[in-house]
Ligand binder design. Sequence first.
Ligand code: NDP
Length: 290
Amino acid sequence: MIQSVSFIGLGAMGWHMASHLTQVCSQVYVWNRTFAKAKQHEQTFGTQAVDLTQALQADIIFSCLPTSQDVENLIADSQLKQGCIWVDCTSGVPETARKLSQQLKLNGVDYLDAPVSGQTIGAERGTLTVMVGGDESAFKRAKPIIQAFANLVEYVGESGAAFAVKAINNTLMATHLWALAEGLSILKSQGVNLHSAMNCINHSSGKSNISEHIMMQRVLSRKFEKTFALDLLQKDIGIALNLVTQNNLELPAFSLIQQQFNQVSKPDAQQVDFSAIIKILEQQNQLELC
Ligand code: NDP
């Protein structure tokens, strides 16, 4: 019986994800490093802002922090209840998932890697895709709760499998973004109207989620609205490329994509949306995609 759930990390994603949990559980605790955000969440959504010790006593504990290292640090200092499930929605490192899963199992706690996709709008609408790795029976127990903020909740395999799927998904997204911007640079230099070109591409075989949404809404509009920081995408590409190295694979396109996205330093990348990487390509070619 799941009687209480908690959510740790009320950032761009976690803020919205936690708001849906009141639909499936009467006791929803929230904790955030900057505690004022947790109080604000309580006032806005009727959750309960609690200290970290109490948040860690829930039957299911969700976390959505920037990196696996942040989650690992938190778990290292934690006393958890036997039988609880830690559902880590961070886009994290497969190896860390395996390590945390083994470590927590010794204390009778299940750890699931459960990263999400669908951006802040999907979190707000409760329509995220959630990929889950780890113990399958723990997954079955947690699934009805995860469904509060998801349209698709898919079990993808053992511990670490979901973090791997997420890293590959985001590297594909980065590849689509960069490749589309290269294509539009050619069209711009040919004097083609980019809005008309996009309309054609979005009715043709070259379309993607990036062409249908991000390119129009953030790049061609010149808004570059920040919902997903560039440094987080650099982290995800790094996770994918580490898997390439660990498995002795030769994958030139992904390596090239990493080089392009790492042209921005981490401090600068923290400040901007991932779509702003296209400004680098524009500078290199002395043109603006608009
Ligand atoms: P944000 O930077 O918006 O939020 C991060 C949250 O983690 C904040 O609540 C922050 O607290 C907290 N936090 C940061 N460091 C620590 C720490 N060391 N200890 C405790 N709490 C900490 O990130 P997002 O919500 O954008 O991303 C969260 C995760 O979700 C990342 O792994 C990201 O890759 C992934 N993701 C993001 C998407 C997006 O569109 N933004 C889409 C899909 C996945 P505080 O308020 O105190 O700063």
